[in-house]
Write a protein that binds this ligand. Structure first.
Ligand code: FAD
Length: 575
């Protein structure tokens, strides 16, 4: 039998993973990988750090070359070669050699589409002016670096506060540029809820980034009289005019489905390629992976687009197995992601509260702010944790973590717990590694489980940060149990002050005809207060996450309305 001919479109994350796995499974197959760009297997995720100089050697971004793929795997990687047409009945593709413009036709037994995504371009005049860039591949960042070096002034405008926009903001700032970050929504990093994104807003402002939230760009214009700008003046809906020497367009991505559409393959409702759980398209000889496909959201069961490297790599492996006759399934993605922004790290897994509200799913939310490791050991930092769970079953819906230390491992533990179908009660019982430099005898993840368990067991009823904004003073009163010194740093307007140590003696000052919402810095002391008050017959709720969460939410304009899916409610696509 002659060797199978397996063709792959796209030579980076999904395509290269699949190609290498196919070779490990089938030594005889002829594997040809087409890549329209000049490089295969490059590190997209490292591109912002190369712009900022944190990754200094360009060659470190090139994980493989066509030569190394040939030497190690006998994979024919053809760069600057675009697949322009699929003929499904003949089982051939038409390929254009971009250097010469010549074309050839290549037959296949199996075809894998891993064409990735394309950056969303703003539907506005002027975005194609010189000095306006997307960040998609190595040639893009070569151009950005070259342009920046030639700039006399150093003012950058980043449009879009998703992962790439935030990473570029950090890296441009690192190079000493003044950076404005413009986001049309009221918050950056959409997978977070608005109060959790508030930490990122605070960090951006503290670093001197000129942050514009809820204020879309309406035009890229020529500088007016007296306005010097190397690239354009970015005009916002509010009327702000931001002179820019470089403009980074990071408005998100959409699936690259040009070939799939031309080939008549089924597309999904979100515009990605529709695949089954073997990653096979509507054609039995064609598979597809990565940013180009729609996947099942494992938490909600709905279709979603999740343009991330982890899923693309794992899908490449699964598709390779199936192409080689080893049944293998990709059942969906969980939305686990992480980002560093200056000194902060933010991560999430599963679904957020915005999504749960939009889908009308029942949930309970708890916030807490434990230390990243034992408080007596130097260097502990608070970790803001939000855990969402089903009120009846206790199953996790999702979690968000923001802090300066120990965020990555908490996100990964919570992601693993979510995937294992654990309940919040099980989180309380997880046996996690502990010594003072690394955690606490009760790890933040254990504590999250315990706080949620207290809610489930009826020991405490949580109040949420957004409820405090809308309290009717005739019906409820906020009681702050922190110290006077802490209140001097900031307080919830209208709250009355009774330090925890005096609470038992001052019960007579509290009304019995109104609900009492107790607050402290993080929700821990106020929980103690809630237990005292409840056992003395008061109607009481604990402000979960307390002052820290409430004040972080104030960093996001209109946070409560946005959370509830108000006028500018969350869009259906996550990410
Ligand atoms: P890609 O890796 O994008 O590969 C697709 C390739 O197909 C492209 O090179 C394209 O040129 C080629 N192609 C398309 N059409 C054709 C055609 N017709 N013929 C030939 N070739 C074609 N993800 C994370 O999880 N963490 C991160 O930190 C992270 N950071 C990122 C930073 C940046 C700047 C970018 C751009 C992405 C980042 N991502 C990150 C996303 C991650 O890189 C992608 O999700 C992943 O690369 C998708 O893999 P893929 O195989 O689907 O597509």
């Amino acid at each position: 039998m002659s060797a199978r001919r397996i063709l792959i479109v796209g030579g980076v994350a999904g395509g290269a993973s699949a190609a290498a796995r196919i070779r490990r499974l089938d030594e005889r197959a002829r594997i040809v990988m087409f890549e329209r760009g000049p490089y295969v297997s490059f590190a997209n995720c490292g591109l912002p750090y190369y712009v900022g100089g944190e990754i200094s050697r360009r060659e470190d971004l090139l994980l493989h070359t066509p030569e190394s793929l040939w030497d190690r795997f006998r994979i024919e990687a053809r760069v600057r070669t675009e697949v322009v047409e699929v003929d499904r009945s003949a089982r051939t593709v038409r390929v254009r050699h971009l250097a010469t413009g010549t074309e050839s036709v290549e037959p296949y037994d199996a075809l894998l589409l891993a064409p990735g995504s394309v950056p969303v371009r703003p539907p506005l005049p002027g975005w194609e002016r010189p000095g306006h860039f997307v960040v998609r591949n190595l040639p893009d960042v070569d151009e950005i670096r070259g342009w920046m070096e030639a700039c006399a002034a150093r003012r950058a405008v980043v449009v879009g506060g998703g992962y790439i926009g935030l990473e570029m903001t950090e890296q441009l700032h690192r190079r000493g540029w003044e950076v404005s970050l413009v986001e049309a929504l009221p918050q950056v990093m959409a997978p977070l809820d608005p109060e959790m994104a508030g930490w990122l807003h605070r960090e951006l402002r503290a670093r001197g980034v000129d942050l514009h939230l809820g204020d879309p760009v309406v035009a890229f214009e020529d500088p007016g009289p007296g306005e010097a700008a190397g690239a354009s003046v970015v005009r916002l809906r509010s009327g702000f005019r931001l002179p820019a020497d470089v403009v980074i367009l990071a408005l998100g991505v959409r699936p690259e489905v040009t070939l799939a559409r031309q080939a008549g393959l089924e597309l999904g409702e979100l515009g990605g390629i529709r695949v089954d759980d073997h990653l096979r398209t509507s054609d039995p000889h064609i598979w597809a992976v990565g940013d180009a496909v729609e996947v099942r959201d494992r938490v909600t069961g709905r279709w979603t687009l999740l343009p991330l490297a982890g899923p693309a790599n794992r899908q490449g492996r699964v598709a390779a197995d199936n192409i080689c006759g080893r049944p293998s399934r990709y059942e969906g993605s969980w939305g686990t992601a992480i980002l560093r922004l200056f000194g902060l790290v933010a991560g999430c897994t599963g679904v957020n509260e915005k999504t749960l509200r939009r889908l009308g799913l029942p949930f309970e939310a708890v916030h807490l702010h434990p230390g990243s490791h034992a408080g007596y050991y130097p260097g502990a930092e608070p970790v803001a944790l939000k855990v969402l769970f089903h009120p009846e079953t206790g199953r996790l819906w999702g979690a968000q973590v923001v802090g300066r230390d120990g965020v990555d491992k908490r996100v990964d533990v919570l992601a693993t717990a979510l995937q294992a179908g654990l309940t919040v009660d099980a989180l309380a019982e997880l046996e996690l590694a502990y010594a003072p430099p690394f955690g606490s005898a009760k790890d933040p993840v254990n504590l999250a489980g315990m706080v949620a368990q207290n809610v489930r067991q009826g020991l405490v009823r949580p109040a949420q940060w957004h409820e405090v904004e809308r309290l009717d003073p005739a019906r409820a009163l906020v009681v702050d149990v922190r110290s006077a010194e802490e209140r001097r740093q900031g307080l919830i307007p209208g709250s009355v002050h009774i330090p925890l140590a005096q609470l038992r003696e001052r019960l007579g000052e509290l009304p019995r005809d109104r609900e009492i919402i107790v607050a402290c810095a993080s929700g821990q002391r106020s929980y103690f207060a809630a237990r005292i008050l409840e056992q003395h017959g008061f109607r009481v709720r604990n402000l979960t996450g307390s002052y820290r969460t409430w004040s972080a939410a104030r960093e996001t304009p209109g946070a409560a309305t946005w959370l509830m899916g108000g006028a500018e409610g969350p869009s259906p696509a996550r990410g």
